[in-house]
Write a protein that binds this ligand. Structure first.
Ligand code: EPZ
Length: 423
């Protein structure tokens, strides 16, 4: 049984380079299927989910060559429209955008489940609403979602009841080569959506996104290959910024875009941290104390749900009481139970967590419930007194490139170990 052994109590001090965005990589590599040719993608994070995703692409007939900075995809051969579940795909929500990509490329798609961390039921009704509006027939057959273009992909006006990131991405991808214009109302506005649009426009698409969730896609006949560099990972940047302050240290995150995680910066300042913002760097320092604050997660540009568990760990040692309201996913407080094992005082009532700050946390044996919960446990263990064991670290490896090396380089003491089985 693998675990991370963490010595707590050392303030982290130094600089951490931020990798490319996990959640921009999936839709962009999916959208590459709309283009025939070779394209190089740089600044791609070499994390477990991305490596699994490239194996899924290969299973569809895409040529994949890895290099130090990213991958070259060759999409010139025939592409299969059937994506079976890959053995390592366990919780990979990232493959969801293959739905729109395969429909756009081949006119049909057959996908096993759309996966995702168990932070909620992860419905796909908005994905289906969008595909149907574009002229696609969809049905579930023996555990597979099967999609087929009835006649041709036809642009349409689509209102999203919720600004779903995945559904917005699938509609953009599927409508890029459709006839006519598609307008998405109440679309998601996350930076990863902007990055997907920038990539597609670099290939010759005609897509505009204004600041209020209106996205206009004018269908084009064909796209041409373009090389592309993925934006930085705003969730990774926010995670390390919080980690530095939580350990009473001083960490600068580099190669990032502060605008992408502005709400996190503002809330850290509100809690009493010193945060200096530069063009492509943000420095976070612990000053003299951290006070309790209130946080409510919202779609971009609100406070990101993917930083909520990390904030819960951070506020566990704040002076006073904090309230976190999670409005995006219905089961994203699972890490609270593990934090309680370390001495945190957290009460959960529905989508509200009330955190009564404690002066210190103590090292403990804990289990990672999901990707961002794992990051939260690392933050807590590094700022706790004593040693912790964090079991099931594979969830963390899914979304954080070289996380142990990055933490130890700034003074953390984290070691990956395995318990020898007795029988
Ligand atoms: C993406 O998931 C991200 N994953 C998530 O990051 C992120 O938390 C989420 O967007 C919100 O920002 C990837 O990009 C691979 P949604 P996605 O569709 O697309 C409801 C991480 O830690 N909904 O915006 O699945 C849904 O139930 C991961 O990196 C519907 O009701 O998120 C949820 O309540 C976790 N019907 C809300 O929308 C639908 O058809 C947000 O889901 C689709 C979604």
């Amino acid at each position: 049984m693998e675990y991370l052994e963490v010595q707590g109590g050392n303030p982290l001090r130094g600089e951490i380079n931020i990798s490319g965005s996990k959640n921009a990589t999936f839709p962009i590599l999916s959208a590459a299927l709309l283009v025939k040719g070779r394209m190089h993608f740089s600044n791609v994070p070499k994390i477990l989910d991305v490596l699994t995703f490239t194996k899924v692409l290969e299973s569809l007939g895409v040529g994949v060559e890895e290099d130090t900075d990213g991958f070259t995809l060759d999409t010139s051969k025939d592409i299969s429209s059937i994506k079976d579940s890959h053995p390592e795909e366990h919780n990979l929500r990232g493959t969801q955008t293959l739905l729109g990509a395969l429909i756009g490329r081949t006119g049909e798609a057959k996908l096993s489940s759309l996966g995702g961390c168990n932070i909620g039921t992860r419905p796909i009704d908005l994905h289906l609403k969008g595909m149907q509006a574009l002229g696609v027939d969809l049905k579930w057959e023996e555990g597979f979602l099967t999609a087929k273009v009835k006649d041709k992909l036809q642009g349409n006006l689509i209102y999203l009841d919720f600004p779903s990131v995945g559904a917005t991405e699938n509609i953009i991808i599927a409508s890029t080569l459709a006839e006519g214009e598609t307008i998405i109302q109440n679309g998601a506005r996350e930076p990863e959506i902007r990055d997907l649009i920038n990539f597609l426009n670099a290939c010759g698409a005609n897509i505009e996104m204004n600041g209020s969730g209106i996205i206009k896609i004018k269908g084009v006949n064909a796209l041409k290959p373009a090389d592309y560099s993925i934006i930085s990972d705003r969730i990774e940047a926010a995670t390390y910024l919080i980690m530095g302050i939580a350990t009473r240290g001083d960490v600068k995150v580099r190669n990032c875009n502060p605008y992408y995680f502005e709400p996190v910066i503002m809330k850290l300042k509100e809690a009493g941290a010193e945060v200096d913002v530069y063009d492509k760097e943000v420095r976070g320092r612990f000053r003299d104390h951290i006070r309790g604050i209130n946080v409510k997660t919202l779609p971009f540009p609100g406070f990101p749900t993917d930083v909520q568990p990390q904030m819960m760990a951070f506020l566990s040692r704040a002076e006073g009481t904090s309230v976190i309201i999670e409005t995006i996913f219905e089961n994203r407080f699972r890490v609270a139970e593990e934090l309680t094992k370390m001495g945190a005082n957290i009460k959960i009532e529905g989508n509200t967590a009330v955190i009564t700050g404690v002066s210190s946390l103590n090292g403990a044996n804990v289990n990672v419930p999901d990707l961002r919960g794992g990051a939260a446990l690392l933050i807590a263990a590094l700022s706790a007194e004593g040693t912790s064991r964090i079991y099931d670290p594979i969830h963390i490896d899914r979304g954080y490139e070289n996380i142990i090396e990055k933490i130890n380089k700034v003074g953390g003491i984290v070691e990956r170990k395995a318990e020898s089985r007795i029988l």
